[in-house]
Design a protein around this ligand. Sequence first.
Ligand SMILES: *Cc1c(COP(=O)(O)O)cnc(C)c1O
Length: 365
Amino acid sequence: MNFIDLQAQYRAYQGEIDAAIAEVTASARFIGGPNIEALEERLATFVGVKHAVGVGSGTQALIIPLMAWGIGPGDEVITSPFTFIASAEVIALLGAKPVFVDIRADDFNLDVDQLEAAITPRTKAIMPVSLYGQCADMDAINAIARHHGIPVIEDACQSFGGLYKGRRSCGLAQAGATSFFPAKPLGAFGDGGMLFTDDATLAGKARMIKEHGQTARYQHGLLGLNGRLDALQAAVLRVKMDHFEDEIQARQKVAGVYQQGLTGIPGITLPMVHPDRMSVYAQFTIRVRERQAIQERLTAADIPTAVHYPAPLHRQPVFAHLGLAPGSFPVAEQAAGEVLSLPMHPFLDEADQQRIIAVIREAAD
Ligand SMILES: *Cc1c(COP(=O)(O)O)cnc(C)c1O
């Protein structure tokens, strides 16, 4: 059994994917070109924003807007302590300070009630993370940010395709950043990412930054980097996008089977999705009081699991200098000790799911 079955997905679309790759190979246009433009247009329409800028990874989709906003030393950016390292890493890479706000216990996303208290005159942006595929409470976050005149960037690296009050993730703030890392809901055959915005100035700057700050050929107006999405990835993503909405539906079905099969087990809390949202279930993550025991039983039954994430970011050695002791963010810390992600992908069959459910039920007895 696979945690995420990318081979099954490839087999399902193999003819289309191989043809798309062969076309790029024959054209020898590996950087830029029609596949990038077509993908950007397609995803901008899907998300419902004016501009989509293809970049080399989700990490680049996060750092480029911060660069465009001129964030640097002396500035603070607020984010979640319970996320992948990249969210806070990009802030620190620019010399700014990541300021953490604890998460909610039910949806693992930023606790909006604690947000206002973390804002200082040095706060230059807020970066909520839409964890496991469910959007953070973006309207409430936007309202607070607007009041302070600071921009919001949604770290939507796990939530591309998710819905918040009928609107798509990535299109809910000044900037939305997603990742096409192979295991993400919309995954490439390597690294890739995309930045979404309605702001023409931000989009224009992002296009320059991802090309080494180039304003015209070999003219460099600002500091940038090599941040491009490549054409082979764009070609693969265009094929996968043809099937993406069906895959989202398949993910809902898989989640439904888990929800039904795992309900009412003492010591296990199932994922909660707010009624105004739809999760794309980048992960199906349960909370388990006796995590180690359950995880060992699953491993013994050849069922792969993962912990997203075993340590909150303020407890990572790289951020030790922030001086945030254990207990600084108790909800994130407790979550790090209890979360367990189960196999989740659109091709997971029900027999495998029933086996996973049975092993968990037995182990929890
Ligand atoms: C995957 C991920 C990223 C980074 O994306 P890459 O494409 O791997 O650079 C950032 N934030 C979150 C929450 C992620 O899950």
